[in-house]
Ligand binder design. Structure first.
Ligand code: F6R
Length: 244
């Protein structure tokens, strides 16, 4: 695991966009695993800027999102499909035929999970998987205790995750309690992984990750077993590691 320490959120977003654009330009048909949430917003903004300057094209890119809330339609402003369109897809030259966000309102959610797995496999697997991390160490919506062998599945969100994500909703009751999430094994099958960590609220999670102990109680700790992981984390995220 390579750990890159940067000053702040802006520096993390800049380093992450340089990293991702290098891969998109180098690979013939890049397959990206994408994340939502606050962490990658700055990265997506930078990518849009660099796309406008002609530095990167998504013409040959296929993307697969990590997760989606169960029960939210694509056009719901809180759905992850909406987030991806709003923050990235509508501003770059990606074809919407080449993007896949799990469908949280599928009539058969189990089938939808299987379809997500199969679509990733049919594309030849994910070249670069982008990840954020939960304060509780979750990756995707794989909460503490999720088996490392898990594939894409319907998951129950932890109370702490519902609380954390309620900032995007009018009331906490509106936050869905379930999601479709790529599994830990799905994530680990990616050829390369880029994990972004910013802010003091993630400092405990970063400390657990770098302690080297691999346990299902800290889902992100599994990344210690992956051969090609880059972590870009800012000063605030290092506060616990630094003993502050
Ligand atoms: C998002 C995802 C989640 C987030 C995590 C951190 O697709 O899978 O694991 O990366 O909850 O969220 P933020 O970035 O909002 O702190």
């Amino acid at each position: 695991m390579e750990i890159i320490r940067v000053k702040d959120y802006a520096a993390m977003s800049e380093a992450a966009s340089t990293f991702l654009i290098e891969r998109i330009n180098r690979l013939d048909n890049p397959k990206l695993g994408l994340a939502t949430g606050s962490t990658p917003e700055g990265l997506y903004k930078n990518i849009i800027e660099k796309h406008k300057q002609g530095d990167v094209s998504f013409k040959n890119v296929k993307s697969f999102n990590l997760d989606e809330y169960v029960g939210l339609e694509k056009n719901d402003p809180n759905s992850y499909y909406f987030f991806m369109k709003d923050k990235l897809f509508d501003h770059v030259d990606i074809s919407l035929d080449n993007v896949r966000v799990p469908n949280g309102v599928a009539a058969d959610l189990q089938q939808e999970c299987q379809d997500h797995e199969e679509a990733i496999k049919a594309a030849g697997g994910i070249d670069v998987q982008l990840l954020g991390i939960g304060a509780n160490g979750h990756i995707g919506f794989n909460e503490p205790g999720t088996p490392f062998t898990s594939k894409t599945q319907v998951v129950n969100l932890d109370e702490s995750t519902i609380q954390a994500n309620s900032r995007f909703f009018n009331t906490i009751e509106e936050v869905p309690t379930q999601a479709i999430s790529m599994g830990i094994d799905t994530i680990m099958n990616s050829k390369e992984i880029l994990l972004l960590i910013s802010g003091e609220s993630k400092a405990e999670a970063l400390a657990k990750l770098v302690s080297g102990e691999v346990t299902e109680e800290v889902p992100a700790s599994v990344l210690n077993n992956h051969p090609n992981v880059t972590v870009i984390a800012d000063e605030a995220a290092f506060s616990v590691v630094d003993g502050k």
